[in-house]
Design a protein around this ligand. Structure first.
Ligand SMILES: NC(=O)c1ccc[n+]([C@@H]2O[C@H](COP(=O)([O-])OP(=O)(O)OC[C@H]3O[C@@H](n4cnc5c(N)ncnc54)[C@H](OP(=O)(O)O)[C@@H]3O)[C@@H](O)[C@H]2O)c1
Length: 318
């Protein structure tokens, strides 16, 4: 095995190049963003760091030992037909990413609580009027997906005073948070005023945020109607149902960071929805330097015969 590592990150190429200047001092780095590397022989290489990798990448790496995901989600990697069956996939789990996601979640919850969009519209009309002001403690934020990101967001929402509840596939015991497992979904939804989606994309979670689910959220809470925030994956959400639910008064508003099709086409009606705060899959970016540090640590563990951390469970799909 040669000391070479393949990088196939469809991130900002300049940021990747800069982070690579000091990363992997013991390796020859083959950055697939460099056209000179497109036809390189990749046999004999044990490690690949990828995000949206080229579909023939794994086919070209017959000696691959570990795949490192450039992001927390691995749905795109798992969907690649040539993905080798027995090579472990390590997720990107790091405070830099977790903190960014919690910033996004807390920001969106506070934005809806403090009616920022309504005040912005009033400013345009030079309208001076104070709106009714519920407190965070008057609302329950229900988080779907109580993993690394969901649990950190929950803790930070609690600091702001929100009542937080959580839903996950398997039961959890988290101090101060009422939790529900897969069977408790309807009870969870019935207690939720602001729904936060932080689920990975799997067969079970595809299309899960749909009209039927929105209709089960609590009506008549401190904001009057429920709010939906999604920073998980776009294919978990039926965007047409979000729009319809807002127009019909099932939902008050939404914050959407992710969409079924990305980049979101300019013709999509969601762009024009006043009650939807839209961001371009920007809730929590991966910091390239932190990613490469994590990969270096995991390679050191692997080569010392220690177990890799944050390995994807292929059977459950995340
Ligand atoms: N928008 C962005 O910028 C951005 C950035 C980073 C990540 N993400 C997304 O955020 C997702 C979550 O990341 P993470 O690190 O928190 O993942 P994680 O630690 O693996 O947590 C996933 C959570 O979802 C739950 N879950 C999965 N399938 C479920 C199902 N069918 N029913 C109920 N609960 C289910 C898991 O339940 P258990 O606890 O029972 O296993 C777990 O609590 C990623 O997969 C990615 O798609 C988005």
């Amino acid at each position: 095995m040669s000391n070479r590592i393949v990088i196939d990150l469809k991130f900002d190429p300049v940021a990747v190049r800069q982070a690579l200047v000091t990363a992997f001092p013991d390796f020859e780095v083959i950055n697939m963003a460099n056209p000179a590397n497109r036809e390189r022989d990749l046999s004999g290489i044990a490690y690949a760091v990828c995000w949206n990798p080229d579909h023939d990448l794994f086919h070209r790496m017959p000696d691959l030992k570990v795949i490192f995901s450039g992001g927390a989600g691995v749905d795109k990697i798992l969907a690649i037909p040539t993905l080798p069956k027995h090579v472990p996939i390590v997720r990107f789990v790091d405070d830099t990413l977790t903190n960014r996601m919690s910033e996004y979640v807390v920001l969106q919850c506070l934005t809806h609580l403090r009616q920022v969009s309504t005040y912005a519209a009033m400013q345009k009309r030079c309208e001076w009027r104070e709106l009714e002001q519920p407190e965070a403690a008057d609302l329950s934020v229900g988080i779907m997906g109580m993993g690394v990101l969901g649990q950190d967001a929950a803790r930070k929402l609690q600091v702001m005073g929100f009542n937080v509840i959580g839903w996950s596939r398997t039961p959890k015991a988290i101090p101060g948070i009422e939790t529900f497992d897969a069977d408790g979904l309807d009870d969870f939804l019935g207690k939720t005023d602001i729904l936060v989606g932080l689920l990975p994309l799997t067969a079970e979670t595809t299309g899960i945020y749909n009209r039927t689910l929105f209709e089960k959220l609590r009506q008549g809470g401190a904001l009057g109607k429920p709010v939906f925030i999604n920073a998980g994956r776009g294919k978990s959400q039926v965007t047409a149902d979000v729009i319809a639910a807002i127009r019909d008064g099932v939902l008050l508003a939404a914050s959407l960071d992710v969409f079924e099709e990305e980049p979101l086409p300019a013709s999509h009606p969601v762009w024009g929805e006043e009650r939807i705060i839209l961001t371009p899959h920007a809730a929590a970016a991966s910091d390239e330097r932190a990613l490469f540090r994590l990969v270096e640590r995991q390679i050191a563990r692997f080569e010392a015969g220690e177990p890799l951390e944050n390995v994807v469970n292929r059977t459950i799909g995340y």
